[in-house]
Each structure stands twice: as C-alpha cells, then as structure tokens.
Design a binder for this molecule. Structure first.
Ligand SMILES: Nc1ncnc2c1ncn2[C@@H]1O[C@H](COP(=O)(O)OP(=O)(O)OP(=O)(O)O)[C@@H](O)[C@H]1O
Ligand SMILES: [Mg+2]
Length: 301
C-alpha cells in the first residue's frame, strides 16, 4: 500500500508529539501544489530562512495569485512572519537572518544584487500587528511616504489620477483615507496627531499610509489581532475590497477570519514547513493533512 491514510498514521504507540501538540506525518508534495487561474504575483522556490543556527523556514515553494487574499495560518513560531518578511526582504534588517532560495515578484528575482529595496518595499508594502503611525499629524502620516519617494513633486499622483487641477497632496490624503475606510472619521481633524486616534483607526491609518505610495502587494501580519470586534470587522471588509486592486497576503491566528476573508490559505506547521495550500474552502472543509485538520479544529497549536 503506497498511500498513507489518516487512520494509519495515528494508531501507533510510537506517535511523536511536537511541542505544539501535533503528531508526525509525511507531507505530500501534492498538498501544496495549488492550481489557480490567473497570474502569480509572488513566487517562492525552495526558500529557507535561518536565524543563526535556527532553521526557521524550510524549503518553501509557493505561488501567490494576484489580486486576491492569501491567508497564512499555523501555530506560533512556525515561520509565518518570517515568510511574510521574506517577500519584501524585510528579513534583511535582522542581523542573524540568512535567506537561501528564490522569491520572484512579477517573475523577477528579488534576492539578487542591484535590487532597489526602497522601491521593492514601496511596491510590496507592509502593515504590522500593532499600529505604528508616526507621531505626526494624520495628514503628514499619509504624505510622508510619497514625499520621500518624490511622487508628489514629480507629479506621479496627477498622472495616476489623470488630472492636475487640484492640490495633489490634499487629493492623495483624501483618496488614501477613503480607500482605507477612515476618511469619514477623520476628515475634520487631519492636522491632529495620529497618536490620538483609537487603535482601530490607527491601523486603518497605517493601511492608508501603505496605500499612499501606490503599492501592488500589501503584506499584513495579524493586522486585527489587537482590535475589538467592530474595528476588526472594518479591517476585514477593507481587506476584501482591497483585493480587487491589490494582492493581499495576511497572517492571522483567527481561523474564522481566514475562512471569511481569504481566497486561498497556506498552512505552516512546526518546523517551518508549508504543509498544505489550497482554496480556503478546501482547507477548512476537507484538508488532506490530518495535522492541518487537527490544527483547524483546535486540537493543538
Ligand atoms: N529576529 C529573530 N531572531 C531570531 N530568531 C527569530 C527571529 N524572528 C523569528 N525567529 C525564530 O524563527 C522562528 C519562526 O518565527 P516567526 O516569528 O516567523 O513565527 P510566527 O509563525 O510568525 O509566530 P507567531 O504566530 O508567534 O507570530 C521561531 O522559532 C522564532 O523564534
Ligand atoms: Mg508572527
């Protein structure tokens, strides 16, 4: 018999448990071989990440489709943030981190010499777990990035919008805040310090700030984990809308959230391995891996 079934795997006394509580199983390559319509926006091939001697991410090969929401789930320490950071070379900022393998953005290798990291991180933007607005006005939080990139002065925004009859900075601020579903709440206090906003508002401001430099991909690391249910639901609606124009990759510990907002889900498990990757419905309703099923149903992790 060549195929291993779930029941065969769990009926021995010698079953080994990891610290996260999962048992050992042989991962099948077909479990991560996700086929989808359309173009891949980001692709990793044989990606390994080490922190010193610690091998945090092992041989991850995955294609992320454009203009959709991809959820990354798995127990704490399995490498989700590490993987997310490898997609815009944020791991470069961690001294002990070393990356082997390939990541391609629109088919172009990002781990090669001569890559402009500022440009890369502008096109592949990131939103973090705790909102981190600059201690400046709401207005300045939005205009900071485009000014840094020279987009306001060089007229990029006017070209994008196909008009030049308005104050570009004002229009950029309004457009970004509207896209992030924050405009109505802050329109009359744009000059107030951003740190005076609520947590949920600060997070939407950070999303607006990310959008203001006209990215193509938005990476989000547990963007709603510190928010109450109403603020969370606003962020979820926003992510859903953003996927019409952007490629969104989101890490979440909230299974219902992953099931609600993502088109496809990648499950990482202990040891930094991608175990299963498929349509979100398939992952949540009928996963191939017993460990993935156990994780999703709350048996460990
Ligand atoms: N800056 C770092 N320096 C050293 N080791 C790190 C660093 N960041 C992560 N690691 C290690 O890499 C492994 C993966 O960590 P990572 O933060 O990617 O996990 P995660 O899946 O995002 O976990 P969580 O759900 O808790 O956020 C862990 O063993 C962690 O200790
Ligand atoms: Mg993390």
């Amino acid at each position: 018999m060549s195929e291993t079934t779930h029941s065969e795997r769990t009926d021995t006394d010698s079953t080994i448990e990891t610290t996260a509580g999962e048992t050992i199983e042989q991962v099948q390559e077909s479990w991560t071989d996700y086929k989808f319509q359309g173009e891949a926006k980001l692709t990793s091939e044989g990606l390994d990440v080490y922190y010193g001697d610690d091998h945090a991410l092992k041989d991850v090969t995955i294609e992320i489709p454009e203009k959709s929401v991809t959820a990354l789930i798995g127990p704490s320490g399995c490498g989700k943030s590490t993987f997310l950071r490898s997609l815009n070379r944020m791991n470069d900022r961690i001294r002990s981190a070393r990356v082997d393998g390939s990541v391609q953005f629109d088919g172009k290798e990002i781990y090669q010499e001569g890559i402009d990291l500022v440009e890369l991180r502008k096109r592949v933007g990131m939103v973090f777990q705790s909102p981190n607005p600059f201690p400046k006005s709401i207005h300045e939080n939005i205009t900071y990035g485009p000014r840094k990139h020279g987009d306001i002065e060089t007229g990029l925004l006017a070209r994008l919008l196909g008009r030049d009859d308005w104050d570009e900075a004002e229009e950029l601020v309004e457009q970004s805040l509207r896209q992030a579903a924050l405009w109505d709440e802050v329109a009359d206090r744009l000059d107030d310090n951003a740190l005076g906003l609520s947590g949920g508002q600060q997070q939407r401001l950070c999303i607006a700030r990310c959008l203001s430099v006209d990215p193509e991909v938005i990476l989000m690391d547990e963007p709603a984990s510190a928010l109450d249910p109403i603020a969370t639901s606003k962020i979820e609606d926003l992510i859903h809308d953003l996927a019409e124009d952007y490629t969104v990759v989101i890490v979440t510990h909230n299974m219902q959230q992953a099931a609600r907002i993502s088109d496809q889900t990648a499950v990482f498990l202990t040891g930094g391995k991608l175990v299963e990757y498929d349509d979100t419905d398939k992952i949540f309703e009928n996963p191939e891996s017993q460990r993935v099923e156990d994780y999703i149903t709350g048996k460990f992790g």
